[in-house]
Design a protein around this ligand. Structure first.
Ligand SMILES: Cc1cc2nc3c(=O)[nH]c(=O)nc-3n(C[C@H](O)[C@H](O)[C@H](O)COP(=O)(O)OP(=O)(O)OC[C@H]3O[C@@H](n4cnc5c(N)ncnc54)[C@H](O)[C@@H]3O)c2cc1C
Length: 553
């Protein structure tokens, strides 16, 4: 009945619906929690709208470590409920909800001490494996011999390491996963628009009856009528509570986490590595032909929209990784850097953010207004379900139970079969097998929509750049199907070129703008503006890198 396409025409239709229809639920925020809530509500048969002030996933949901995990360190905080819940979600995503996007990944836990540490960590990992219950999509952990460690990870310092345990978690392109959920919600009837900001709430006496939102592209204000407004604004929650004159039951503290991106050649290992630090943990995560290394955990109070890594963040990450790596990684090898803000539900004044619980809170501070904050990317579905359960109480009618644990996101259907048909698809399409595998792991069964673009114009089957596997057709698709509206949307989130390319994608900004301009009906001036906005944003993101490289050269 509904398509999942997010394109300029769909946005126009959505804006009309926002102005003219009455909704059961209006969601503020298009991060993973908000789009998850939109899908949860739409799939219960509710009439739902969602507004996102920037691009989908442009907040924390594109800036995480991209792990779908139980969180080993929460075991040390005895947070077994959170670990068990997250492992259950991991299992669901890898096996049925999003197998095309959520992939198992092996990690090594290096041991420095032969007996006590091995017993302690081994017991922790056994508990980690046990907490997932009877589900077994990922292999059990394994103690490795020194010979095996040297084979798997030659870069791990043999002189310092006294063994290692291999265990499994999963990883995802967070931004891609988030807007795939947004598209799934649209397919189930949700009305969704990005670059629409919620400015104030509409009231009828004490009851919230919707919100005044502004289309940031046209500047027009729209009053959206909704029985319940659901705020999923992550680190923006405190600010919005204040703007809306709402007295909430919780506060959200912000903690900044930075990552650096390195070429595969910088670290010789066939598995990721997890390192315990004094504050937290450091992950060395395989990311295609790159490594993502992070993260930091520092209290933060500045600009929420563009958090950037500092030179100290980058130095800390290099220093921690080099505790166990040989050859050591150097600043000059860094390709990219990014930072994000954790929305931590504050449990006490002046508490140390590292120790705050990652569990989420749902709140109903006013009739017709509910919110959710905290949690982890991994548990988005549970957060989304919980907040819609609470919103449903305000609808004062019987509302169906959540079905999102049985609802695969778009592209998931048939993925396991398609994975085995790479050579046939390659033959039919004329694209190399490597490109087919690349497309399948990003679009799943939606690959046919991409291939249709290549059928129309063969040139679009070519790579955008020789440095990375993205095809030109993906740039077109980002705008025609995935809701991208700027060069930054395409280079930072629909693809991850902004942290994967050695120049951050600066040299690709003009070619990308040229490809997308006709679909967005851009004139030359708009095209130029989008390019220069991306380059300005890129330079601010890479400021730490530029400073550090200046110091070492
Ligand atoms: C460095 C780091 C590493 C992490 N690593 C992991 C990990 O490996 N695994 C894991 O499970 N979790 C991880 N997390 C946590 C996870 O990323 C977050 O919990 C999750 O992304 C939060 O999603 P959200 O939707 O609640 O918030 P967000 O993604 O921030 O979404 C909130 C949205 O609200 C929008 N908004 C704000 N104001 C308005 C308004 N007025 N109108 C409309 N929209 C508005 C914003 O633009 C934003 O898009 C990590 C977090 C960080 C910072």
């Amino acid at each position: 009945m509904f398509t999942s396409q997010l394109d300029p025409a769909q946005r126009v239709t959505s804006l009309k619906s926002l102005a003219n229809e009455d909704f059961d639920i209006l969601i503020i925020g298009g991060g993973v929690t908000g789009v998850g809530a939109a899908l949860d509500a739409a799939s219960r048969g509710l009439k739902v709208a969602l507004v996102e002030s920037q691009d989908f996933a442009s907040g924390t949901s594109s800036r995480s470590s991209k792990l779908i995990h139980g969180g080993l360190r929460y075991l040390e905080q005895y947070d077994f409920k959170l670990v068990r819940e997250a492992l259950h979600e991991r299992e669901l995503m890898v096996t049925s909800l999003a197998p095309h996007l959520v992939k198992p990944v092996a990690f090594l836990y290096p041991l420095h001490e032969k007996y006590r540490e091995r017993t302690y960590v081994g017991a922790g990992l056994a508990l980690y494996d046990l907490l997932r219950g009877f589900q077994r999509a990922l292999p059990w952990h394994k103690h490795l011999s020194e010979k095996k460690i040297a084979e798997i990870a030659p870069s791990l310092r043999g002189d310092l390491i006294n063994g290692a345990i291999k265990y499994f978690d999963a990883q995802v392109d967070d931004a891609r996963h988030t807007f795939s959920i947004a598209r799934t919600a649209v397919r189930h009837g949700a009305v969704i628009a990005s670059r629409v900001e919620c400015e104030e709430l509409l009231r009828n006496g004490k009851r919230i009856v919707g919100a005044k939102v502004r289309d940031l592209l046209s500047g027009k204000s729209i009053s959206v009528s909704a029985k319940v407004t659901v705020m999923c604004a992550g680190v923006w929650s405190d600010q919005l509570h204040e703007n809306f004159g709402i007295n909430p039951g919780y506060k959200v503290a912000m903690s900044k986490g930075a990552h650096i991106v390195l070429p595969k050649s910088a670290i010789k290992s066939d598995a990721g590595i997890i390192l315990k630090t004094t504050e937290s943990v450091l992950f060395v995560i395989p990311w295609g032909e790159k490594w993502i290394v992070g993260t930091t955990d520092t209290p933060y109070k500045a600009d929420r929209t563009n958090p950037v890594a500092s030179p100290e963040d980058v130095e800390y990450i290099i220093e921690q990784a080099n505790r166990v790596l040989l050859p050591k990684i150097t600043a000059s090898e860094i390709i990219g850097v990014y930072a994000g803000l954790r929305p931590l539900v504050a449990n006490a004044e002046n508490s140390n953010t590292t120790k705050l619980s990652r569990e989420h809170i749902v709140d109903r501070p006013a009739p017709g207004f509910v919110s959710v904050a905290g949690g982890k990317y991994t548990t988005y579905r549970v957060m989304s379900k919980d907040v819609i359960d609470l919103a449903a109480k305000d609808l004062r009618r019987i509302v169906a139970e959540s079905v999102t644990d049985k609802l695969p996101i778009i592209g998931a259907d048939g993925f396991f079969a398609l994975q085995q048909q790479v050579s046939q698809i390659s033959e039919i399409s004329g694209l190399p097998e490597a490109s087919i595998s690349h497309l399948l792991n990003r679009y799943g069964s939606l690959i046919y929509e991409l291939l249709a673009i290549v059928v129309e114009d063969k040139n679009l089957g070519e790579p955008l750049t020789s440095e990375l596997p993205y095809l030109k057709a993906e740039i077109i698709y980002a705008v025609s199907h995935e809701g991208a509206q700027s060069v930054d949307d395409v280079l930072s989130r629909r693809t991850r070129i902004a942290f994967e390319a050695s120049d951050g994608g600066e040299s690709l900004a003009v070619p990308v703008a040229t490809l997308i301009a006709p679909i967005l009906s851009w004139d030359a001036a708009t095209q130029k503006k989008s390019v220069s906005e991306f380059i300005k944003h890129l330079k601010s993101e890479r400021v730490a890198l530029i400073k550090i490289l200046a110091q070492v050269s």
